[in-house]
Design a protein around this ligand. Structure first.
Ligand code: LLP
Length: 431
């Protein structure tokens, strides 16, 4: 359930008409709903409350500090995968003791920053990372509490680019090799091995692969304990899917019940790292129609949002619902069109062959389910601004990231000394 609904024929975010936001903020822009974020977090936290659980929101899904702070206020921790995300989580007020640090390629600087900040746990994904972390921790006189992320070789049955738990994926340590790595970890200075981590992919709409992966993980905990390790923690990652179109995703309650069944008797506390299920349907991308172009083969609806704002359709063939901000009249006929952006690539589309009500230049369209992996994956390709982000709460809204415009972009660039003085324009403005 989300809080983007039509009221008197116009799409609203909670109590605010989207047309008003578009007029005040400009298009394209991302719009997030506080009530939806809160609801999704609470539903997930309730679903796992029978376990000794911590919910560490996967910041990568939507790392705006206002979004992180909204969730932190409800008790969410954070799962971070870079020094940058760690800085964001801390800036948003997440306690270091509620932060886990995951990721396949952490640097010595990032590991050092995490240890100095006092993050609760680091999920180590390889033997060389183990050596690096041991060295960094020892030099700081710290002890890093760690889990090793195992790769259980389970097919998550999701898009190939977001499956992570097969042995051919770069993530984690093959379950067949992990026993040896645990033995090594136990002997290294500066490390305290406390748990096992697993994450098999994202946008899972089937519980069976989870059940298999978690089952293998619990079995593996038994083996580790026989080897003499004290394992009292499991990190079960994220990945729970959401409904973008007509797929039926398991509810958090169904997921929580499955987890309790599989790991409930393991004697372990459990960390969850949900991202998309919290923020995905809590955000939309609002664009304005620039032109409707009739071709011989297709009709194109050219909007001012593009693949640089939302890359999911072209990168993963992802489906996002697109709705007009002004509700169409009852009974209007639908017709197929491609909804495309202004970028100079045929891959720049938000939807292809999509049945839409009549659209005209100037209309506003809302792309749904854009709260996760939308703004965070945006770029400035074609020197387009980064779209602003707006957070709504009831009848209030705030621009929580302003538009990163062309001046901002040119402000980061410079002419080398050998060119300066010869050019008619200067960096920082073409005027
Ligand atoms: N934990 C780990 C270790 C992860 O790698 C991820 C996601 C998560 C948690 C959160 O997964 P979620 O609950 O959001 O599914 N850009 C892609 C998704 C990439 C996910 C990467 N890892 C997309 O737009 O579908």
């Amino acid at each position: 359930m989300d809080h983007f609904q039509y009221i008197d024929g116009e799409l609203h975010a909670e109590e605010i008409p989207i047309g008003r936001l578009a007029a005040e903020v400009g298009t394209p822009f991302f719009c997030y709903s506080t009530a939806t974020l809160e609801r999704h977090y609470r539903v997930f936290a309730d679903a796992v409350s029978s376990l000794d659980a911590s919910v560490c929101y996967a910041v990568k899904a939507n790392s705006n500090i206002a979004v992180i702070a909204t969730l932190a206020r409800l008790g969410a921790g954070a799962d971070v995968v870079s020094g940058g995300e760690l800085t964001r989580a801390l800036a948003a007020g997440v306690a270091p003791s509620d932060i886990v640090f995951s990721g396949v390629g952490k640097t010595a600087e990032e590991l050092g920053a995490a240890l100095r900040a006092g993050v609760t746990r680091i999920n180590v994904e390889s033997e060389p990372e183990l050596d690096l972390l041991s060295g960094v921790a020892s030099s700081l006189g710290a002890t890093a509490e760690i889990s090793l992320r195992i790769n259980p070789d389970v097919d998550a049955r999701t898009h190939e680019k977001i499956t992570t738990g097969k042995s051919e994926n770069k993530f984690g340590i093959d379950i067949d090799l992990a026993r040896e790595v645990y033995r090594k970890a136990a002997g290294l200075p500066g490390l305290k091995v406390v748990g096992v981590a697993v994450h098999i992919g994202s946008q899972l709409v089937d519980l069976a692969p989870y059940r298999e992966a978690y089952g293998r993980t619990v079995e593996f905990v038994g083996i580790l304990r026989e080897d003499g390790h004290v394992i009292d923690h499991l990190d079960l990652g994220g990945g729970l899917g959401i409904t973008y179109g007509d797929e039926v995703a398991p509810s958090p309650a169904e997921y929580g019940a499955m987890v309790s069944e599989v790991v409930g008797n393991s004697g372990c506390s459990v960390t969850f790292e949900p991202g998309r299920v919290i923020t995905g349907n809590a955000g939309i991308l609002v664009s304005r129609v620039l032109f409707v172009k009739e071709g011989t083969a297709k009709r194109f609806c050219i909007v001012d949002g593009a693949m640089n704002d939302l890359i999911r359709p072209t990168l993963y063939n992802a489906h996002h619902e697109i709705v007009p901000v002004q509700a169409p009249r009852d009974g209007v006929s639908m017709s197929a069109m491609d909804i495309v952006g202004p970028i100079c690539e045929s891959g720049d589309y938000i939807a292809q062959d999509r049945d839409m009500p009549p659209v005209a230049a100037g209309d506003l369209l809302a792309v749904r389910s854009a709260g996760a992996y939308g703004a965070v994956m945006a770029s400035t390709y074609n020197t387009r601004p980064l779209a602003p982000e707006v957070l709504v709460s009831g009848a209030d809204y705030s621009v929580v990231r302003r538009r990163f415009d062309v001046d901002d972009q040119l402000g980061l660039e410079a002419f080398p000394e050998w060119l300066s003085g010869e050019l008619p324009i200067r960096a920082g403005g073409a005027g």
